[in-house]
Ligand binder design. Structure first.
Ligand SMILES: C[S@@+](CC[C@H](N)C(=O)[O-])C[C@H]1O[C@@H](n2cnc3c(N)ncnc32)[C@H](O)[C@@H]1O
Length: 519
């Protein structure tokens, strides 16, 4: 097979006799040259000396190609290749210098950073400086950060961008040495407005949970409330999904990134960061539209660093999440202490495939309310969250959970034990099981999403409802999420009163939360 054909084979490792012909392919350029670069690099250490000899009088485009080959071999750990490619950082041909500078992004080892820093101090060519900045950002550490930060702001916008990105990356890595945590026991200096996010349909439940905080439902899925006590007191409410401090919006006049950065580095934001963080403030950026906005994120990070160097942008190891809620005319942000430990549902030891979202279980329990001597039954108990959430409110005389699935029963037993709740968990069909004296049926039944035969769901729930209506003591109630609004009519026919019904977002689909009472 001729050499050209073998180049396409990723398993082909050239030997001594192939080197010169392959150098000729490199020199000719084009796609074949790209393949030849890779093939030559696979030869590893063996190709270093032939490359060195060829470099003595290699003309310009070939020199850069040879630098790429050496860079690959150097990245594989060859010390002689590292030395040779270091020499090329000072080559007369700038394209060769650029190829060498790029190669350093993947070269690790002692002394490597010092070589880049040295070159950075004297390199005149802007294209090479761009590659040096990128490589220092990837391979460098403190010395690179010092050298890059001390640079006079470049006039070339692309270099300015790459320089800022490299500084962002290096700052973030340097700060990981120092701890960063959220102080949950600290209270705000003055009452602070918090924004809580909750599943749509559950807003009134959260407003009630935070009634003493002046809670208000301000938009679908959004409740605001005022924090007066320690930060961790937010956990008194069990139905929110996330929360953050709302910062006053900043008008966008020029660049969006500048406006967002002004909000993040505003006095109000800095005070919150400082007050509730132990150690370095590390934040990551998120956007409420869930998109990535990569370029904007880098630009914001760099603009924040200029205004507030103590705030470190770090997407992977962050104590705070800064969500950009709006950035067209005004930059509006929320600061969420994502490293604040959330103990609310820490009792969960296991999950079942269709487990309830814990905030929904908490909402059902809240709507059922505490009642003295309550006899509580969850006929589709799954992992047992509704029983546990109801037990937490107190007043239960007995708690019973049943399910047809043996694994769900096992999981529910583990969860109730870890929550410190005493409940009887047994195997049983929701339509046939009997719980004498039951005063509350609280449940999240199958939603027909995972049931193989959806047609069976209607009759299953109808039969279950009829059996429950018959068993409930007078004054008893059913609080459940129904996948079908029609179950309310069916309940009325069974003599139950529908005292509450509202659509709830179940995470991609809607179901109806219903409270049915037996007169
Ligand atoms: C949506 S899951 C319940 C989730 C539960 N609330 C939790 O927190 O994990 C529905 C449960 O109903 C159970 N199930 C399905 N058909 C049943 C039936 N006829 N009788 C009793 N349980 C049944 C399933 O095994 C499943 O565990």
């Amino acid at each position: 097979m001729d050499l050209a054909a073998r180049l396409g084979d990723a398993g082909f490792t050239p030997g001594a006799k192939h080197f010169l012909p392959l150098f000729a392919v490199l020199e000719a350029g084009g796609d074949q040259a790209d393949l030849a670069e890779k093939a030559l690099a696979r030869a590893g250490e063996a190709v270093v000396e032939p490359v060195r000899r060829r470099l003595v009088d290699a003309p310009s485009p070939l020199r850069a190609r040879l630098a790429v080959v050496l860079g690959r071999v150097a990245a594989g750990g060859s010390a002689s290749a590292v030395d040779l490619v270091t020499g090329l950082l000072g080559d007369d041909d700038w394209r060769t210098r650029r190829a060498a500078a790029r190669a350093f992004a993947k070269i690790r080892g002692e002394g490597v950073e010092a070589r880049l820093v040295e070159r950075w101090s004297s390199e005149p060519q802007v294209e090479v400086r761009r590659s040096l900045a990128e490589s220092m950002g990837r391979a460098g550490a403190e010395a690179s950060l010092r050298a890059l930060s001390a640079t006079t702001p470049p006039t070339d916008p692309e270099l300015a961008r790459l320089l800022a990105n490299a500084i962002t990356t290096l700052t973030r890595e340097g700060s990981r040495e120092t701890p960063s945590a959220i102080a949950g026991d600290v209270s705000p200096a003055a009452p602070a407005l918090l924004v809580f996010h909750v599943r749509r349909g559950l807003e009134p439940v959260l407003v009630e949970e935070l009634a003493a905080w002046g809670a208000r439902n301000v938009a679908p899925g959004v409740v605001t409330a005022t924090l007066n006590g320690p930060l961790s007191s937010v956990h008194v409410a069990r139905t929110w999904l996330s929360f953050g401090f709302r910062i006053a919006p900043v008008p966008v006049r020029g660049e969006v990134a500048d406006a967002v950065a002004s909000a993040i580095s505003s006095r109000a934001a800095r005070e919150i960061f400082r007050r509730f963080t132990v150690g370095t403030v590390r934040f990551r950026l998120a956007f409420s539209d869930a998109a990535h906005h990569r370029a904007l994120s880098w630009a914001i990070a760099s603009a924040v660093r200029e205004r507030a160097p103590e705030l470190v942008n770090d997407p992977t190891s962050s104590t705070w999440e800064v969500t950009v809620v709006e950035h067209e005319k005004t930059a509006r942000i929320e600061l969420s202490p994502r490293a604040l430990e959330d103990p609310r549902f820490a009792y969960r030891r296991g999950d079942v495939p269709a487990a309830s979202h814990p905030t929904i279980a908490a909402a059902l329990a809240r709507i059922a309310g505490p009642r003295e001597n309550d006899v509580v039954w969850d006929p589709f108990c799954g992992s047992g969250l509704e029983l546990i959430e109801r037990a937490r409110l107190g007043g239960c005389k007995a708690l019973v959970g049943t399910d047809v699935d043996t694994r769900a029963i096992e999981t529910a037993r583990q969860n109730v034990a870890s929550a410190g709740v005493t409940a009887r968990i047994a195997k049983g069909d929701a339509r046939e099981y009997r719980v004498p004296g039951v005063s509350l049926i609280i449940t999240n039944p199958p939603m027909g999403r995972r049931v193989s035969n959806k047609a069976e769901l209607g009759p299953l729930l109808d039969d279950a409802l009829a059996s429950w209506a018959a068993q409930l003591v007078p004054g008893g109630r059913i609080v459940w999420i129904s996948p079908m609004a029609g179950t309310a009519r069916r309940a009325e026919k069974l003599g139950l009163r529908v005292t509450e019904r509202r659509d709830v977002d179940m995470g991609g689909f809607t179901a109806q939360l219903q409270k049915l009472e037996k007169p």
